[in-house]
Design a protein around this ligand. Structure first.
Ligand SMILES: Nc1ncnc2c1ncn2[C@@H]1O[C@H](COP(=O)(O)OP(=O)(O)OP(=O)(O)O)[C@@H](O)[C@H]1O
Ligand SMILES: [Mg+2]
Length: 504
């Protein structure tokens, strides 16, 4: 079906030649003189693109753009050169892309084609986002899907690694063939090997029958090795052999088995650090890292948040059959600036709970649990004190609050651990025996140099964080900018923490 484009006729001199150029490029077009008619057409026809040729600051145009955005339809606004000076107003239009007039019709056609292709691609993959980071991921998926080379997908927890792996499979010639996912962290080592490679009857106690492993089940398709950073060295050797020769032995077997499998691996740890620490074989790392895709954390691509929020509201309103209008501007603003240590998964879960629990037909700022808005690692105590104030006196909101707090706490601990893992050379965490003291570890008489951060049994994560901040401030003689940089946090976050821990 040819793509359909709606064109507003506010600027006829632009609209008419553009209409002709788009038609001769094979698009179906419709021109509208009234923005009201255009709105009706957006609702009815679900076009692929709306082009605003003029009067872009007219409130009707803004409404049209908002309507299109809610339906995930791209909008292209053609601006007068004078509009560019009012960049802030242009930003408020809420359109997908802008071009400056006079633009050549063939240039507009090219942009239109790109926007439409992007929308189609996002529909096929389910990967939402307009940020350059996500656009780059989509381009990579398009390039990498057709080949059979191994891909390593890296990114924090909840950034969409599995979604990307699935898209690589679904857009490859292997679609329709098996896609087998294995979570390498979920199984103990011995079970993982028989899970991956299968086992022969009698290979070990309990192996009553021959069992096929995941590699055999994935033959002709794709195997997704999730949390690859967690596998032990002995299994790494076997995996390396599969990657090199596509052959392996079932546990207890002596016949080599050959398979035709594409391998996609994912990890939320920096594998290169694992290599440096000797926990991950470098030859395996290079074998896995033939092609790689990095998923940036959500806090580094905040422009994607409104799109995700709208998509999830729509999805869950439908799934739970709740008539839901959307979200207020203020609530959206808060979600955009929240820290999201659990990335898209955390956002998605939150939206689901809000769609189910929000008292009205709209998410308001007051519906957002306050802990969502606090920085990762702020490690404020779980607010048990707010229990019992949760809504209409039912147990639901309280239970929900406790669960949410626990998940948040877990995410904060994970985030803190990740930061410490990321900076092994900067902050040293030393485990002390029961009787040792800090003084035992400090180099005698050495006033300058790095101050170690010491862990003693019984310390909480907050204690460790406080000690890390003290050490960094000490190392940089109180220079907060440098300390924040070295700790890998923002300066404002550092100020907040200094206050919270009373380190002033
Ligand atoms: N760009 C995106 N657009 C739409 N949905 C997304 C996007 N990124 C992630 N999601 C959704 O967020 C959730 C988490 O994604 P996924 O399971 O792929 O993350 P992950 O990186 O594998 O996480 P983990 O490391 O914890 O396993 C899923 O429900 C997924 O559909
Ligand atoms: Mg995953």
């Amino acid at each position: 079906m040819p793509s359909q484009i709606l064109i507003t006729m506010d600027d006829l001199e632009t609209a008419v030649p553009l209409n002709a150029a788009l038609e001769s490029a094979g698009f179906t077009t419709a021109m509208f003189s009234s923005l009201d008619d255009a709105r009706g057409a957006v609702r009815r026809e679900n076009p692929d693109l709306v082009v605003l040729t003029g009067a872009v600051h007219d409130p009707h145009a803004t409404q049209l753009a908002a309507l299109a955005r809610d339906a995930e339809i791209s909008t292209l606004a053609l601006l007068e050169p004078t509009d560019s000076e009012r960049a802030e107003r242009v930003g408020r239009l809420g359109v997908t892309e802008t071009m400056m007039k006079p633009a050549r019709p063939d240039e507009i056609v090219e942009t239109a084609r790109r926007l439409i292709e992007r929308r189609r691609f996002q529909e096929r993959t389910g990967i939402i986002g307009e940020s350059p980071a996500i656009q780059e991921v989509l381009v990579k998926i398009e390039q990498m899907a057709p080949v059979s080379s191994t891909v390593l997908v890296q990114g924090e927890s909840g950034t969409g690694k599995e979604l990307v792996a699935k898209a690589l499979h679904d857009l490859s010639p292997r679609r329709g063939k098996p896609f087998i996912a294995v979570n390498c962290a979920a199984l103990p080592e011995t079970l993982l090997e028989s899970e991956l490679f299968g086992h022969e009857k009698g290979a070990f106690t309990g192996a009553a029958e021959r069992r096929l492993g995941r590699f055999e089940l994935a033959d002709t398709g794709t195997i997704f090795l999730d949390e690859i950073g967690e596998i032990q060295l002995s299994t790494q050797v076997k995996l390396l052999r599969v990657l090199e020769s596509r052959t392996f032995f079932r546990v207890g077997g002596s016949q080599p088995i050959k398979v035709n499998v594409r391998v996609i691996a994912a990890t939320n740890r920096a594998l290169r650090d694992g290599v440096a620490l000797g926990e991950f074989r470098d030859d395996l790392y290079y074998r896995l890292n033939v092609l790689n895709i990095y998923l940036a954390p959500l806090r580094e691509r905040r422009e994607d948040i409104p799109l995700l929020v709208r998509r999830f509201i729509r999805e869950f309103a439908q799934a739970h059959d709740r008539p839901f209008r959307g979200i207020t501007g203020e609530a959206m603003q808060r979600l955009v600036s929240a820290p999201w240590p659990g990335n898209v998964r955390q956002l998605r879960n939150l939206i689901e709970s809000m769609v189910v629990l929000a008292p009205g037909a709209e998410i308001r700022a007051a519906d957002i649990p306050p802990d969502i808005l606090e920085g990762p690692g702020s490690l404020l105590p779980v607010r048990i004190g707010s229990l019992g104030h949760g809504g209409a006196g039912s147990a639901g909101p309280e239970l929900e609050f406790i669960l949410r707090s626990l998940i948040e706490l877990k995410l904060q601990v994970e985030e803190l651990r990740r930061r410490l893992d990321d900076q092994p050379q900067r902050v040293q965490v030393i485990e002390l025996g029961d009787h040792a003291t800090v003084a035992d570890l400090l180099p005698a008489g050495d006033g300058d140099g790095a101050q170690p951060v010491v862990y003693r049994p019984g310390m909480t994560m907050a204690d460790v964080e406080k000690a890390a901040i003290e050490a960094a401030l000490h190392e940089y003689q109180g220079n907060r900018r440098k300390a924040a940089e070295i700790l890998g946090i923002g300066e404002r976050t550092l100020y907040r923490k200094i206050k919270a821990y009373r380190l002033e």
